[in-house]
Design a protein around this ligand. Sequence first.
Ligand code: P6P
Length: 334
Amino acid sequence: MPLSTELVTLNGFINQQERKFPGAHGTLSGLLRSVGLAAKIVNRELNKAGLVDILGDHGATNVQGETVKKMDVFANEHFIAAFKRGRRCCGIVSEEDEDMILTDEHGAQYLICMDPLDGSSNIDVNVGVGTIFSIFKRLHNDHPVSKEDFLQKGSCQVAAGYVIYGTSTMLIYTAGNGVNGFTLDPTIGEFCLSHPDMQMPKNGNIVSVNMGYIQTFPDAVKNYVNACTVLDKSQKKPYSIRYIGSMVADLHRTMLKGGIFMYPSSTDAPNGKLRLLYECNPLSFIVEQAGGKATNGKIRIMEMQPESLHQRTPIYIGSADMVDELMEHFNASI
Ligand code: P6P
């Protein structure tokens, strides 16, 4: 098949989208370009990780008390630098930093919440890892940026996206008008539109959960997993269990093939493990824009009122019909 001459780069697409909004000032566009640049830099280093002394623990620990891999630090530094260089962002919350980072751009409108390198414990075994970002507008122009600006509901996001550094490197984002995916062409150093208007399958047959913890999960989750794994050819069951252990990789598969990803509450971790501000909210925005659903087992993730920057939440996210079926089990267990 002849290559399409209709090559749409990320920057070209952003410009097209901006022209649809006459009132746009290009600021959000600039932030998205910053993500693209930082992602290319991180991608380059990840590809060398096996060759250059980047592997191995950095020795420090992040706010989560987890050993920080050198690539976490590298990614955090380069995304922060890219956002600061763009001078369009007044504050950043990162998984790698306990407190919010103020950029001294007092006139800037936008705030970023990000996980600069999610799943980094998988780098050493060559499994896909990712960057997750969420973009908000500050609440008040005449107040200094405060934590209150970052503790907005996910429904207030203006844009969100993820980068997956896998067999290919892709950037997927939404600005509230659908979801579009761009694949990095390393021969020209550009993210090119490869997945326009992404729609998640309404149903699926892949359940993504760490089955090692199944005995600690709520009964509703146990009952749902049992219902998915019965021997019943008339329902095309059992479904598959697929768990990569890297949220961006599991979520990306779910976006393309359908399914449900679950990181439930457990007896050991009543709020689960994953973070609301920079993992669950942005991925929920993307999934809902693609026709899927995301809940904490009670309400939409994006309706949750955040109370702290690094707050955890259970998350059940994926194909709408599968999330609905899981919620039937939660509602039956009330
Ligand atoms: P567990 C990676 O450390 C991460 O934050 C997510 O990317 C991933 O989905 C989850 O933790 C895996 O956690 O407890 O199943 O190893």
